[in-house]
Ligand binder design. Sequence first.
Ligand SMILES: Nc1ncnc2c1ncn2[C@@H]1O[C@H](COP(=O)(O)OP(=O)(O)OP(=O)(O)O)[C@@H](O)[C@H]1O
Ligand SMILES: [Mg+2]
Length: 364
Amino acid sequence: MRTIAIVNQKGGCGKTTTTVNLAGCLAVSGARVLVVDMDPQAHSTLALGFDPEAIDENLYEVLCDPAGSDMVTPIEEILLTWSSNLQIAPSGIVLSALEQKLATDRASDRNERLAVALESVADRFDYAIIDCPPNVGVLTFNALRAAREVIVPLETSDFAIHGVQKLLETIALLSDRIGHDLTVRILPTLYDGRTRYARETLGEIRTRFGDLCFDSVIRSNIKLREAARRGRPLVTFAKNANGAQDYSALAIELALTPEPGSVELGFDDFVPAGPAREVVVQFRDLGATDVRIAGDFNGWVPDKDVQSLVQAESGDRVWTKILSLAPGTYHYRYVVDGEWREDPINPRSAPGPVGGRNSVLVVR
Ligand SMILES: Nc1ncnc2c1ncn2[C@@H]1O[C@H](COP(=O)(O)OP(=O)(O)OP(=O)(O)O)[C@@H](O)[C@H]1O
Ligand SMILES: [Mg+2]
């Protein structure tokens, strides 16, 4: 199964439209396709005609308990069928509760739950296309962990170079830490060739990203909106519409690109030696300007041996810290603008040797 995450922290750039219409085109061409809706907004679920509120079980039930636990609902039990070779693992608003639950969960498998769930159905599908929410939180981490390929839809009417650069850095960093390669490709969307601005922007995107960019471009096409409202991929009712043709071209381009990692190197070749694993922690604070992490894992030297990135997200600033830790118990604090603080979202803490409390992290 070829697993592709559709990722961009920017809202409204065409992630859901790409997920559903690419899936539809692949399915029409005979591939067995699974859509995985990791967005609490459940737009992919809706765009395939299912009412999230009328669905009893969704990805929440599959992902909320640690992998391997008796409580886990197998993913095949929640799949809904759109056609004989197009199915969806639906979402619902409860996924936002899952996002919060996992964000504070110290379980070391919290970023791996989707990967584990998808493994169990890998024989039944040729493609899994994962729609992600417009942020790079734990749900998106799960998608990146499960995927080998990433498509970043990029709006040609509103091209923000800085945001894309940041996103590519984040993905590269995660890919490094996760221990497997992620192949990232950029898909220009919402293209209106009648405007000079859009033509210039597309040129700029191609110059800047070169081969990272698909040859296919998705034009602005009102029919794609209509398709979402009707709960159907556009290709299934208007295959000559621009939107259907563009996504069909993308499906062909994708199918012609060999699956990354499928040739010589297996997954095991990418797993770093030794028992260390990456652990991701996040700190949110709109007011802070400098946040570092220090603990017994880095000799209490702020940010030593830590990969760090900052992003603006839903009115907050979010610091993501990626630590490489062997199984064990660790004590740490954040250093927020020079002030040593406990982790506000970690309920586990212990008295520090020089007063105050340290947060405690257990890596299993
Ligand atoms: N090529 C297109 N032509 C016309 N309308 C489009 C196109 N692509 C997307 N849209 C419309 O733009 C809006 C945003 O698209 P979409 O929902 O796919 O973005 P998104 O990245 O998934 O958004 P979010 O970040 O909120 O999940 C939708 O109303 C969709 O129907
Ligand atoms: Mg969406």
